[in-house]
Design a binder for this molecule. Sequence first.
Ligand code: AMP
Ligand code: MG
Length: 328
Amino acid sequence: MKQIFAIFLLLCLILGGCTEDLAPAEREFFAMDTVINVKIWGDETALDAVYDLISADSALFSTYNDTSDIAKLNQDAFLVVRNETAELLQLAIHYSHETAGAFDPTVYPYIKSWRSANDAPPELTHLSDRIGFDKLVLDGNTASLKDRAMIDLGAITKGYCAQRAIDELIHRKVETAIISLGGNVQTLGSKPDGTAWAVGIANPEKPSEAITVVRFHGSMALVTSGTYQRYYEWNGKKYHHILDPQTGYPVENNLASVTVLCQDGTMADAFSTALFVMGYEKAIEFWQARKDFEVIFITKDGSIHATEGAAPLLTDCEFSIIQRIKTS
Ligand code: AMP
Ligand code: MG
């Protein structure tokens, strides 16, 4: 099997105008398969707290770590989990319902098959009885899995960890920070020098470059799900990592990436994955019905489609490639 693994960072640009006094304290480390960058204006010691929190959380939720709560739950189908895990599982169940199963953490048997496939894409139909978010049951801190189901929380873990880190910073009275975890960026407050946050959205065709830059002031979570972030390749054909829970195969539609902007990191992460699975039309219907988040779609033809609240924030691209999605 030729497995190509690629993670490209959502470009995080903090632009211009910083004087020495206004420069942030910064820490970079590796967790959850990605480079994590944290910048804090103010109490520098909060960097240690964020590092400790993200390191501990990611170890608790990883399916790669045999001693994690999630790995043990998958193995025994029953576990009394820690409070953080219970909260994340509760959110996973919540967003599975909200998205009618487009986000579904029980796709893990499919993911395992993809990971262990050798010369060709795996045969998956025999696994379908084990899939379905109703098989994950949480009662207080007691989690159980029915019908040999197994879960993977990779589609929301980074968003949840970013949100927990931001909550910790708020608790420590930090007013301004930015956390970047691969395709997830979350800001707290506005930059002291008055300039806007500037977060690049990766160009799916050339992920080290930004196709557009989102500029805004204040707190926001921005999470991108894209076909280019991770994929397998056999005989020149790419199979990306966002799976249709109905089939276990990569979702095929006209989307190359979906970026969700909202106030909550976990919600942005769950929705970016789910909206990708829904596809463009259903995702817009979902947005129309809620309006508590904004979306930027990059379609395979390289055009940018942005909801009404997101479109005015887009800079550094030709205006003509932006399609504005209006309220119905
Ligand atoms: P993200 O990059 O946040 O869109 O999450 C994608 C990751 O979540 C994949 O690498 C899988 O581990 C997992 N995953 C894939 N498809 C789904 C799905 N439909 N629902 C929930 N998790 C998924
Ligand atoms: Mg996600």
